[in-house]
Design a protein around this ligand. Sequence first.
Ligand code: NAD
Length: 500
Amino acid sequence: MTALHTPAHAGIPAGDVPTWTMLVDGAWTPAASGALDDVVTPAHRGRVIARVARAGREDVDRAVRAARAAFGPWSGEHFTVRQRALARIADAVEARSEELARLTAADTGNALRTQARPEVATLVDLFRYFAGVAGEVKGTTLPAGDGQLQYTRLEPLGVVGAILPWNSPLMIAGFKVPAALAAGNTVVLKAAEDAPLSVLLLAEICAGFLPPGVLNAFSGLGREAGAALVEHPGVDKLSFTGSTEVGRGVARHAGERLVPASLELGGKNPSIVFPDAVGDDLVPGLLASSRFARQGQSCTAGSRLFLHEDVHDEVLDRLVTAMGALTVGDPLDEASDIGAVINAKQFGAIDDYLRAGREDPAMSTALGGTAPVDGPLTEGYYHLPTVFSGARNEFRLAREEIFGPVLVVIPWREVDDVVRMANDSHYGLAAYVWGRDLDRTLTTAHRLQAGWIQVNQGGGQVVGQSYGGYKDSGMGREVSLEGMLAGFTQTKQVNVRLRG
Ligand code: NAD
């Protein structure tokens, strides 16, 4: 395993692994309790690659106070000050992109070549994009007659409490941090305890270009640091990405305190293939949309594949061949297409779904179906690509978010039926439609209940697009200028009587 980054701020001697503290008010400090959490790489069971300070209630309170103190001066700056800071951060992140990518591969298990590097590239784009639109936080004036000046200001909300999951920490930090800062807010950022390292390095880079307290960052347990942030009266906005279950709790607290919350939650996303979709680009597109290269640990994974009966066998065959050819291995190995799933708990949960799939006589195992039983892959939390065919939409494997490299294939014949099945889910995050007849594909796209539909492509979010879920997949939008304005500002109306 390649040597890991040793952070410049590593301050606490803790044996032979680096120790990361937390960024509060521009300084790196240990947790008040002195508690540390081990960060274990998914590539090797039990191998501790770092220790991180475990933030508690007192630490969260200090971070929120620092962010409150920094808010006035930061929000009072001309927008070009924020713009310059974000643009410089983008350059600095780009300059250290390999380091960030290696760190993210090591702590998330996402393969370096297929996932970690592209994720850092997206992060750079996001900082540049929000730097570019920082001057668009504009109000309006009303044609209210000569005796009146009536205008609005879009003002920042204050302190944003941002909570990240472990699956794509840098990209999701990029959805929140630059947008919140560009609009003039300050941020308290909580990394997921399973994959905090690249987020802390990002914070270190950002701190070089921001006044103290504008961005504060720490790792910690959800029920401690996460809950403390959600409940803190000094937080003016909550921006959460994670599971639907935890998201509901965040929304409940936000409701009680009457602070706005945006939630990006889970998904069980349909991918609908029409017969005329079959061509050379279909299988690569389906591979991308499956997010198998991220071990399926993506909320936007097209994990319910609806194949039209006329092309079912042909597409399944080609897809299984392509998925079977993917290399699963050490995330830091350039040869790996697929890395490791995040931890023992997630590994076990996927195993349970595989068992349920194998034991269901209605389904066939078209690919995989079991975790590796011997060899080097058993040293880490590695799962192999699995495809179950012959599924029906009401099966458990077609309804629950597995968050692993497991695809269920469901045959269909009539468009109305497939649209009904696709929409028969409490989730509504993303969907994919594949076909050459644009009338038909777009009409289908418009009928689907999801916040993000892709037609004939399966890649990830691109800067400037709207991103967010319908139904239990969340509320609020990110990644776009419109999302930033709606999510990180509030409108003030000013009516002035002019004496002439
Ligand atoms: P999770 O909900 O368990 O944890 C997410 C974050 O919330 C972590 O930082 C965790 O520490 C924190 N947390 C946990 N309990 C908390 C509490 N009581 N109060 C406050 N914070 C708390 O989710 P996860 O397992 O880290 O991530 C996987 C889930 O995230 C999946 O369901 C996935 O679909 C979803 N996800 C959604 C998106 C999206 O954009 N819609 C993106 C990535 C992941």
